[in-house]
Design a protein around this ligand. Structure first.
Ligand code: PMP
Length: 384
């Protein structure tokens, strides 16, 4: 059977292997605690669900404009204006079925075969695949735990070539939970020969200070964002791309051809999310923050090193190098011995080796039980 080399090159997430093992154990009756998950444990707020039902009942079941419902795009403009003081117009927004397809279509719009895109190492596991699928070449720049995994301008400079088309940034970051400093935005915006693609999907989930949007710093910025994380809407598949002026026509054509439009009633739910769900979001945020503080304290007590405390998303990327050099093996030991799912750092590139990603998208009670088990596991292990 012929399968293209492009398709074969796409590797699964390693965390999926951990999750498969977790499921196996659960089927065998074990009580597994999931600290590996990358999605909110909360239900989508009621006002959002209600809006989708109403839209369906009202017959909003047809294709929409290729760039998305004007009502939703206008709300996104207002949201970006309120949060970041930037003025964008609906023509600069394309609403997609999740952030992921938005990123793929955006890569198609900016990359020629062989064009390079700079990404950090560690990075969100899927980035290289998006770049390669659009004919591009990911170029990794190492970021260091001691520096809060912030990009170093000199390292970016070194990685820049004639083929560099874009620099990809992600703040708050998956896997590190770290929010990028303003200085970093300013420095990166100075690279005037390329686009800056900013993955802002964890915006809103920031517990100290605030996240900045790339649009505050340059008009060469692309934003990808979506409703999965902040609004607990992973299964709805709703995201968007904000692009510089001049891309409107091309993005419309791309989306018309490859997706036609995002789901119509889901887009109406998106309008409700941006206009009516803020009290629910505040509650979820306060709960995440409580869990974050607890998890940070416990992980440190147990013996993990946190060079910089994460202030965003719902992850803690803990340095386990004191007792582990192979994060893949360690994650499997942990799930097999004490039935706690964690994500191996190597899933996010070689720069993540020796780290484990803990998600606090789980109840405080489960987090406490999971960390108790890991503590016990490490105590026993150090005695061997
Ligand atoms: N970017 C990052 C950094 C993510 O963590 C995720 C989800 N895990 C996505 C993009 C994609 O999100 P979605 O397609 O659900 O909008």
């Amino acid at each position: 059977m012929f399968i293209s080399s492009k398709a074969r090159a796409i590797k699964p997430f390693i965390v999926m292997d951990v999750m498969a093992r977790a499921e196996e154990l659960e089927r065998a009756g074990e009580d597994v605690i999931h600290l590996e998950v990358g999605e909110p444990d909360f239900e989508t707020p009621e006002v959002i669900r209600q809006a989708a039902l109403e839209a369906m009942q009202a017959g909003k079941t047809h294709y929409t404009h290729a760039l998305g419902l004007i009502e939703l795009r206008e709300e996104i403009c207002r949201y970006y204006h309120r949060e970041y003081g930037v003025v964008i117009t609906p023509e600069r927004i394309m609403v997609t079925n999740g952030t992921s397809p938005g990123l793929l279509l955006l890569m198609m719009a900016v990359l020629e075969q062989g064009d390079e895109v700079i990404i950090s190492n560690p990075h969100y596991a899927c980035y290289p695949n998006f770049i390669r699928a659009a004919g591009g070449v990911p170029v990794e720049v190492r970021t260091l735990p001691e520096e809060g995994f912030q990009y170093r301008t000199e390292e970016i400079q070194r990685a820049i070539s004639k083929r560099t088309r874009a620099i990809l940034i992600n703040s708050p970051s998956n896997p590190t939970g770290i929010v990028m400093e303003e200085k970093n935005f300013r420095d990166i915006a100075e690279f005037s020969q390329c686009w800056i693609i900013s993955d802002e999907i964890y915006h809103g989930l920031v517990y100290e200070g605030r996240a900045r949007s790339i649009l505050e710093f340059t008009d060469r910025g692309f934003v990808i964002n979506g409703f999965s994380k902040l609004f607990a809407m992973t299964g709805w598949r709703l995201g968007y791309v904000i692009f510089p002026e001049g891309f409107s026509e091309v993005m419309k054509n791309i989306h018309q051809n490859f997706a036609i439009s995002a789901n119509s009633f889901v887009q109406w739910a998106g309008v409700a999310a941006l206009t009516k769900s803020w009290p629910d979001i505040e509650k979820m945020k306060a709960t995440y923050n409580e869990r974050r503080l607890y998890m940070i304290r416990r992980l440190k007590e147990i013996g993990f090193r946190l060079h910089h405390e994460p202030t965003g998303a719902f992850y803690v990327f803990a340095d386990a190098r004191n007792f582990c050099s192979d994060s893949f093996k360690e994650a499997f030991h942990i799930i097999d011995k004490v039935k706690v799912g964690v994500t191996p750092g190597i899933d996010f590139g070689s720069g993540g080796e020796g780290f484990l990603r803990f998600s606090y998208a789980n109840s405080l009670e489960n987090i406490a039980r999971g960390l108790d088990r890991i503590e016990e596991y490490l105590l026993k292990r150090s005695r061997c």
